[in-house]
Write a protein that binds this ligand. Structure first.
Ligand code: 13P
Length: 252
């Protein structure tokens, strides 16, 4: 049984006081939530404060990116050691916004996935097609390629720990979510791709999220799909009430 995982990607939102206010508003509802693993991914500046505020709760902490070196002269970067040392459990890798604006490639994603696992962090690897790619019928090839390259050279033990987030770019922040059936189809393709690289048993244990305009109103539909095990939520994770409603979606 795969435990559902719903993560809030706060992107570049929330100062430290704003982050703490959000956490305090989430806590009464989610501190003891065990049916779903809920993960908060604040910006770097708020990670430590949020980690302190989450102590003793069942909510986990995630970062939004990392660099692959342990330390060194890499101005502006944050290492896996630093993230692990402040209690991060997860780290988002290869978000389409990083691929689009910050030169992230399948190769750097692969390096980051390996670095995360080497330091005990669980990567949430983002894949997904643009509207142009979708309309050209390239979704399957593109997503299959992104998954294969992200997992290239991993040992089975590491691959078994990753979370994959299928986030079609055209659905991010647009209010236009993928249909649950379409998202489930791509999630199934991702699972078969992992099975091809490793084996079916390993693939069966990997959690696959859907991301892109997830809201309280549509979460249940996604969670009812057999291949979808959770969600990566952007905008709707910035408001306590709406994130709580998402984590408390009606059960399958
Ligand atoms: P929205 O939920 O705002 O569409 O963002 C999705 C996303 O990019 C999560 O990583």
């Amino acid at each position: 049984m795969r435990k559902p995982i719903i993560a809030g990607n706060w992107k570049m939102f929330k100062t430290v006081p704003e982050a703490l206010e959000l956490v305090e508003n989430l806590k009464p509802a989610l501190a003891g939530e065990h049916r779903v693993e809920s993960v908060l991914c604040p910006p770097f500046t708020a990670l430590y404060a949020v980690e302190e505020a989450l102590r003793g709760t069942s909510m986990a902490l995630g970062a939004q990116d990392l660099f692959w070196e342990k330390q060194g002269a890499y101005t502006g970067e944050v290492s896996p050691v630093m993230l692990a040392s402040i209690g991060c459990k997860y780290v988002i890798v290869g978000h389409s916004e990083r691929r689009q604006y910050f030169g992230e490639t399948d190769e750097t994603v692969n390096k980051k996935v390996k670095a995360a696992l080497a330091h005990g962090l669980l990567p949430i690897i983002c894949v997904g097609e643009s509207l142009e790619q979708r309309e050209a019928g390239k979704t399957e090839d593109l997503v299959r390629g992104q998954v294969r390259k992200a997992l290239d050279g991993l040992e089975a033990a590491g691959a078994a720990k990753v979370v994959i987030a299928y986030e079609p770019i055209w659905a991010i922040g647009t209010g236009r979510n993928a249909s649950a059936a379409d998202a489930d189809k791509v999630a199934g393709l991702i699972r078969r791709t992992i099975a091809g690289v490793f084996d079916a048993r390993l693939a069966d244990g990997v959690r696959i999220q859907y991301g892109g305009s997830v809201k309280p109103e549509n979460i249940a539909e996604f969670m009812q799909q057999p291949e979808i095990d959770g969600a990566l939520v952007g905008g709707a994770s910035l408001d306590a009430q709406s994130f709580v409603r998402i984590v408390r979606y009606e059960q399958k």
